[in-house]
Write a protein that binds this ligand. Structure first.
Ligand code: FES
Ligand SMILES: [Fe+2]
Length: 475
């Protein structure tokens, strides 16, 4: 991977910058901003990993052709590591959680205190699902509701009802087939491909180290909202991969969002990220707002739900520093921990990571969230989107149960989900409004593909290259 440090607005001495090297002119880079912070950011923040990956258009067929969606189901979803549930969904032996992906379905279950398995959710008699989709519970056997065949928690065959009629059924050969399972940071990942690389290999050593630094296993889900979105799953996930749309789609947050000078990185084949610095003015708005305006917007817009209240600029006049100090104090109080060594960037900035294909992590402290995206198996123009908000587990060591998902109807606003911050819900509604227009627009368009920016939209291209790796159309 080509890793380099770039100075924004500075061209190579003798020639135009190479493709992909241009950055927002006249604006500090994310690294410049982070380097000026009072409390130094960790290494995983203070690094860059951009790579130019081409500038050809991406065919729109990937988003609008039902045959392509079928191909995805038969190829990439069968070969990739997917976030199936969190460990806290199945804390006790016998707990299970059904994870559905397209027509596939898995019973993810804890068979021993330290062992989790994922069984194909189908009876080996005549195929009935052993547990209904989307369900969870605790059991010591998986019994089919049709004729009563059953399996033990460890997947071995327990009973063939009227075994005298099935002399050809050897219980030894009738254990429940399994997908692979790996755990990382409190997430349970599964992969149907028994010869796939390990999850650590799939992520690459650098990203495994990022996971290890985040300690997401020490968080729990306090709010879980699910909604069907009116677009292909890739349009949905790719809409969250860039801050390029912030100034047009979410102008209400641009005053305190370094959108055009966000940093974009790619890692190997399956992971990419951006870092969007907050508490700084959007380069689109330079000359139009003061530091006081940034602080005011941030205080009203982003920290209201945290009880931040109004603040004033200190001696150094930096809204970003005032906000970092304020967030540190609020989170210290809320979590009863000493955060003096936690960097300003971790407290403030928006880090967003995609783990191909369905996982989208925000491992920061002020906005710790996880998104999950899955295609709707009945309609390639729809997808299932979930947002899981996470908090540190209590200092007394107890592990709260994860929040039950709130399932919104298609016509509901995200703001209607109980517990959802109104400002954040409005942002998701703005994104949803665009997505329906984008799906319909691609179908209406005379242009055969989408055109991407070399830097700000590199994550979209990187994701589509991963799609290409797994989806191999028949010649
Ligand atoms: S289909 Fe499951 S027992 Fe018959
Ligand atoms: Fe957005």
């Amino acid at each position: 991977m080509n890793t380099r440090t770039l100075i924004p607005g500075i061209k190579n001495a003798s020639s135009e910058p190479a493709k992909g090297e241009q950055r927002c002119p006249g604006a500090p880079s994310t690294q410049d901003i982070v380097a000026s912070d009072k409390v130094r950011a960790p290494g995983w923040v203070r690094s860059e990993s951009y790579q130019f990956l081409g500038d050809q258009d991406i065919s729109k067929d990937r988003y609008i052709d039902p045959a392509f969606a079928r191909l995805e189901m038969d190829t990439l979803w069968k070969k990739t590591w997917q976030f199936a549930c969190r460990e806290e969904h199945i804390p006790e032996v016998g707990d299970y959680h059904v994870y559905d992906i397209g027509r596939f379905s898995f019973i993810v279950t804890r068979v021993a205190p330290t062992e989790i398995r994922a069984y194909y959710n189908a009876c080996l008699h005549r195929g009935t699902k052993l547990r209904a989709s989307g369900t969870e519970g605790n059991t010591d056997e998986f019994k089919c509701s049709f004729h009563g065949w059953s399996w033990k928690l460890d997947g071995s065959h327990q009973e063939t009802v009227c075994h005298w009629d099935f002399p050809h059924v050897d219980p030894k050969d009738f254990s429940l087939p399994q997908a692979r399972v790996e755990r990382l940071g409190g997430f349970v990942f599964i992969n149907m491909d028994l010869s796939a690389p390990t999850l650590a290999e799939y992520l690459g050593p650098e990203i495994k180290a990022h996971f290890d630094a985040w300690k997401l296993e020490n968080r729990y889900i306090y709010l879980h909202v699910a909604k069907r979105l009116p677009c292909n799953w890739k349009l949905a996930i790719e809409a969250f991969m860039e801050a390029y749309h912030v100034i047009e789609t979410h102008p209400q947050v641009a005053v305190s969002n370094g959108d055009a000078n966000s940093q974009y990185d790619v890692y190997g084949e399956h992971v990419n990220r951006f870092i969007s610095p907050l508490g700084v003015l959007s380069p689109h708005l330079y000359g139009k707002h003061t530091e006081e305006d940034i602080l005011k917007q941030f205080t009203l817009g982003d920290s209201g739900a945290l009880g931040g209240g109004e603040r004033s600029l200190g001696k150094n006049g930096s809204a970003r520093q005032v906000m970092a100090d304020m967030f540190r104090g609020m989170f210290e109080k809320a979590t009863n921990t000493d955060l003096s060594g936690v960097s300003d960037s971790e407290l403030l900035d928006c880090y967003s990571y995609t783990v191909f294909p369905n996982t989208f992590l925000f491992p920061g402290i002020s906005l710790p969230m996880v998104y999950r995206f899955r295609p709707d198996p009945s309609d390639h123009r729809k997808c299932l989107y979930e947002v899981l908000f996470m908090r540190p587990v209590p200092v007394d060591g107890s592990r709260p149960m994860p929040a039950e998902p709130i399932r919104l109807r298609d016509d509901q606003s995200f703001c209607e989900a109980a517990g959802m911050d109104a400002g954040f819900g409005a942002i998701l509604d703005q994104d949803t409004d665009n997505l329906v227009l984008q799906q319909e627009g691609l179908e209406a368009s005379a242009k055969p593909g989408i055109t991407l920016g070399n830097y700000q939209e590199i994550r979209v291209r990187h994701f589509e290259l991963a799609i290409e790796k797994y989806v191999k159309p028949k010649a």
